[in-house]
Design a protein around this ligand. Sequence first.
Ligand SMILES: [Zn+2]
Length: 412
Amino acid sequence: MMKRTHKLKLLALLLSCFLLVGLLPTVAFAEGPVAWIGETGYETLEAAVNNAESGATITLGEGKYTLYEKGAVTAGKDLTFVGQGTDKTEWGIGATIPDSDKFGTEYNGDYSFDGAGTITFKNMTLQSGTVDYLGFIRAGKTVVENCVINGKTFYWGYTSATFTNTTFNAPEGDYAIWTYSSPTMTFDHCTFNVSGKAINVYTDYSAGKYDITVNYKDCIVNGNTPEGKKDKAVMNINDSNMGDYKYIINISGNNAVNGVTPDDQNEEYPKAQTDISCSRLFEFNTKYGAGNSGRTVVNIDNVTVWENGKMVNHINSDGHKDNAFTTTYGEWEKQGNGTTTRTVTKVCQYCGYTETTTETKTETKTETTHRNDPQVVSSPKTFDAGIALYAGMALLSLTGGAWVVNKKRNGK
Ligand SMILES: [Zn+2]
């Protein structure tokens, strides 16, 4: 509706311009408003922002926008910017061409929301670059809805950053985003189109200052790792510099991960078994040292699966979901009570997690000591991630806490 209104406005404006031109040939051609607050149009985005009260919604037209080095007054303001669609409205984050003298520093970042309150972007493409330390520096909260984010970004809201229904197109072979400046980051119904890396759960700026929470819900990852290259799990965690604080990773909902290898099937570099997450969604970056230093808690569907530097529950792992176990059976042995038993050992092919159960045979039937043992409630070998998740959840609810009884894990 807004678009049509704008077109009509533009048409009216153009007609009036032609009339003016006809009457007064010396009058300069006006380009017309590019941003609107309510019915009021502004010739520049910065004019709209400067006139905006906190809480204002600024509607953008089609075309390219930026506030980078425009001197617009945003401090203390909550502002919502609404574009005409990801294919029509583009917002440039930072300089069009980052200054190579400032690579490796924040000074290619975008200070246009320095001191701002909550900044919301809707229905547009946010264009970043491919170098480190880009993004919106020192905005309070950022909210991105129904957008596309191209390139790599570090800086989002200094209180929180929320991304909803947003598609991240990462630079080839590089991260889409670092968990750099936001104590709470939420990815809800997002899509990540990546090649080898997606989210770097790492910061130097805010390391050891507070817990950093990453909420990851109902997202799709499309991995397209180049031939011959190793990939990383969706979230690559390095918690070595978090001091007295932690990363808290909350994964929930229906998460599809396509084209990403579960940790540690990629064999990117040698990894101790105790550092292997057995997941496509997260892994620990121990390539440069103690990336798994015990300062991370990972919860999947409200089950804590990783804590104090080790796996605490294999139930939501990809090895479990994929039923990637190597099963070996001991010899049947007659017991004094008339039953015959054997030991069943299942080793996860991804992470080496081992569990043993005892299978019992009587004259008429064979059963295991654990009624709900996964050996009995077996999962199909292959199915898509969504079904796997629900199967995993169903299995979890079927098995309750009993499943973990009698498990053993190697390497402890
Ligand atoms: Zn495993």
